[in-house]
Design a protein around this ligand. Sequence first.
Ligand code: FNR
Length: 344
Amino acid sequence: MPELIAQRKDDHVRLAVEQQRAAAGVNQFDEVAFVHQALAGLDRSQVSLATRFAGIAWPVPLYINAMTGGSPNTGRINADLALAAAATGVPIASGSMSAYFKDPGCAGTFAVLRENNPDGFVMANVNATASVANARKAVELLAADALQIHVNTVQETVMPEGDRSFASWVPQIAAIARGVPVPVIVKEVGFGLSRASVDVLAGLGVAVADLGGRGGTDFAAIENGRRRLGDYAYLHGFGLSTAACLLDAAGARLPVLASGGVRHPLDVARALALGAGAVGASGVFLKTVLDGGVPALVEQISAWLEQLAALQTMLGAPTPAALQDCDLLIGGSLREFCADRGID
Ligand code: FNR
């Protein structure tokens, strides 16, 4: 059983990076444009990247989102991701820690996230069937500052060995949120949280919703790549894009984070302008660290942060939250989505 999980973790990394290499480079963030204001610019010295949501203060509105751990190879990847997080100050999330609950011997492949990043903001990660005791163990192993619970019904459906029992997830999320000593973030893994889903979470004691939308890593395609028999190829591209989720969730009762299909600093700025408290990326950073190691990822994250500050300077937004005051144009299919959903 532990071998099966370790193999799955390695498969996910391999197939996610293949996806990054083949990526078309187009997604619904392209349908979000800032209205250019030629005289709105600030001085760079007036701009801060600090953000705050649900009582959580981060120095930057960018984070390395959940990926991996559970096998020797993915432990090495976590070690490198954590070094890059420590060097740049970005928060970082662990991949699902289920493997640790089944095989405590792989604890080190996750614990390295804290060992290599002692002062950073670290998020543990469990699934929505984790026991409260295991959720607490995950937080303890990483001395985590927050706990992510991932919800991934589409991935489980396509996964050959996937779960088929989802009805307990809502009450279990509430139980975990009550039972852990840190804020709980519920995240999708690339199929998106609708407004209705965010509203359900708001009633469960969850602190934040990470919308985790379509547009980047596609776990329907990844799990299809792991199947021997038959497939669910028709589910590739299923779900709500991150931009659509942000528009749908405007004014929701929970603070939201945005992730899924974030390709560059302009996407970060777009997501912040659409209401995200911070913006996460996974696949893009994974490819960088595998291709160029820690130095390449440090260089990429540093460049993203510098460019985000430059964009805020150009757009007249002294803080990430102030990007929400910028006028946006919504085009194409995203505009149709807004019309269908009654979003102004
Ligand atoms: C993931 N993701 C993920 N999410 C999660 O909550 N727990 C997990 O264990 C994993 N595992 C995982 C492995 C790999 C290799 C990748 C690339 C991603 C999902 C991730 O956090 C994110 O929601 C999606 O990847 C969408 O973001 P990007 O990749 O489009 O930026």
